[in-house]
Design a protein around this ligand. Structure first.
Ligand SMILES: [Zn+2]
Length: 106
């Protein structure tokens, strides 16, 4: 993998961006997803609109979770309320830091 810069860190979630190819990686326990920036941007729009109280369901372990589909066929993410909060915080931070780096490096 290429060299990466951490652009967000919230709870169990880290988001990094590759210094060369600009791919964005989302690191969640047991999972690593790679997005192009435009894929990531579309994904964040959906994630931020996800209303936990409206859309929660019960996972097999009995916890309330919301399910978020990804641009990757058959791969969905699930979040508890606290995890969703951390995730939305992380993507806000990532979008902000992405903008900052664009300004610095262009
Ligand atoms: Zn790369």
């Amino acid at each position: 993998m290429c060299k990466k810069t951490m652009i967000a860190n919230s709870g169990d979630i880290q988001i990094t961006q590759c210094n060369n190819c600009k791919m964005i990686n989302v690191w969640k326990p047991g999972l690593l997803l790679s997005f192009s920036f435009s894929q990531f941007y579309e994904f964040t729009k959906v994630a931020k609109q996800l209303n936990f109280d409206k859309f929660f369901e019960y996972s097999p372990d009995g916890n309330r979770v919301v399910i978020l589909s990804t641009p990757f066929p058959d791969i969905c993410l699930k979040f508890t309320r606290a995890e969703l909060h951390d995730f939305v915080h992380a993507i806000d931070e990532a979008m902000y830091m992405h903008k900052v780096y664009e300004l610095v490096h262009n």
